[in-house]
Design a protein around this ligand. Structure first.
Ligand SMILES: N[C@@H](CCC(=O)N[C@@H](CS)C(=O)NCC(=O)O)C(=O)O
Length: 205
């Protein structure tokens, strides 16, 4: 069995999506909380040396570091052969959504939430308007995609694409955004899967 440690932060949806996969797929691991208020050069080892871009999440598997949340998800799904990692066809469909997520909803929503939750005085209005327009377009795209009645984003079974796309949406009230009905119903289906846990309920150790 592989020895796995995840380094993350409880306010990070990028960490949360990886934690969800580890938990829901029953992949044994240790978790280490990284204090992101600490300057990067003061963060503890081995995180400082192994996190190539200085960010959470960092996954260390049998001594090998893996960074970038969606790359970590792909690595784990292929390793465990689950959540879309079962076949090249599902992997291909999932990969498309993961790349879309990183550039679209995984950019607009986390930054929108960050501005509203963590930036004193809020974001510059022009930045806020830019992110708002992007978020509105991204959420409309997802709502349209789910309108054909399939249960999850690739097909009727959950994949890591669902975990990646949905992660920050469980904090939508912190971003002060409304989610449309199709997306809301899909979030409920994900939350009903065995092992799922809300990001605020995740332990820090
Ligand atoms: N593209 C990266 C984004 C990761 C990211 O933005 N991490 C943030 C927390 S959500 C972070 O570590 N920020 C602290 C810092 O940059 O020092 C991924 O998907 O893993």
């Amino acid at each position: 069995m592989a020895r796995i440690t995840l380094f993350g932060n409880r306010e990070s949806g990028h960490t949360y999506k990886v934690r969800m996969l580890l938990t829901m797929a029953g992949i044994g691991h240790d978790y280490t909380e990284i204090n992101l208020k600490q300057p990067r050069e003061q963060r503890p080892e081995p995180f400082r040396s192994l996190a190539k871009f200085g960010e959470v999440p960092l996954l260390v598997m049998d001594g090998q570091p893996y960074v970038q949340s969606n790359a970590i998800l792909l690595h784990l799904a292929e390793h465990a052969g689950c959540f879309g990692g079962e076949s090249p066809e599902r992997l291909a469909r999932m990969r498309e959504w993961l790349f879309w997520e990183a550039n679209r909803i995984g950019f607009s929503l986390p930054n929108f939430r960050y501005g509203r939750r963590f930036v004193a005085g809020g974001l510059d209005p022009a930045v806020e308007a830019f992110l708002r327009a992007r978020f509105d377009a991204d959420i409309a795209r997802l709502e349209h995609e789910l309108a054909d009645g399939r249960a999850f984003i690739v097909d009727d079974q959950p994949t890591i694409a669902d975990l990646a796309l949905s992660a920050y949406m469980y904090w939508s009230e912190q971003a002060l955004v409304q989610l449309p009905p199709g997306v809301t119903a899909w979030l409920v289906r994900i939350a009903e899967l065995p092992g799922w846990c809300h990001p605020d309920a995740m332990a820090t150790q």
